[in-house]
Design a protein around this ligand. Sequence first.
Ligand code: SAM
Length: 292
Amino acid sequence: MNRSARERLAEAGDRLRRPREALGEAPRAKKSLGQHFLNQPAICQRIAGLLRAGEDDAILEIGPGPGALTREIEALPHRRLVLIEKDAHWAKVRQEEGEARTEVLCQDALAYPWEALEGPWKLAGNLPYNVASPLLWEIAARCRALSRAVFMVQKEVGERIAASPCTRDYGALSVWMQAHLACRMEFTVGPGCFTPPPKVDSAVLSFDPLPEHARPSRPELLASLLRLCFQQRRKQLGGVFRRQGREDLLQRLEELGIAPSARPEELAVGQFLALSGCRPDGASPVSSPASS
Ligand code: SAM
């Protein structure tokens, strides 16, 4: 082997041993952080456009990563833009490469104090698949400053969020999200639009908060009812409540005219609100169109 070939081999070995960042390269996408980066500017533009941003808007993006969506949001009229990124590498890159006035927080969005956000704020993000459901659950109930949100999630999660009663996808997440927000399935995106490509399709949804009077007055009661009901979604409500010794819920079923033989998946969002004691009437909240 001649000298230069030996040198090239050693160099290649070195490159393998040194972290990619030290070589000025982007680190490998981290599976643990759900890193599938959008590689289609047109999709990012479409997501950003759904925010309907105006000059006075404060916008917060969750998980900007290398910034494909961030750049489109930065191009929109806005007053303030805050990014929350858990990966220290990408938070630093955004700080260095983004617009000077864009604020970057390197932290876990799951630990963000959503109730402390003073509004109004618009939220956006191509959410990491592994945290999307718990994160949206928290944001829906705790982020009172929310004026509109546009999120990309795994298509299956999007379908669960926007599902109607009596369908396979309807469950606790559907009721919870629709009790707080009007949830709309906007469009779906295939795996080829990401690097690296995920194994599943994705969906973009928009969210608008329901008026205060239509939201659960005591979300913790609704949350515990949903846990109770959807742990056994095929069981009849009367039986579920009887086995748990929940005379109060059995009585409320009767007062609301809901048959004890009804199953959790058959109840409308408004009926869950009434049953949990969050709203008296059981009327449906403002409609939550689920188109695709
Ligand atoms: N917005 C970029 C895009 O569309 O190409 C990246 C989207 S990638 C699916 C998800 C991003 O969220 C990653 O940058 C990841 O590091 C970040 N992330 C993962 N978990 C997070 C968390 N708990 N809090 C904040 N950011 C998180």
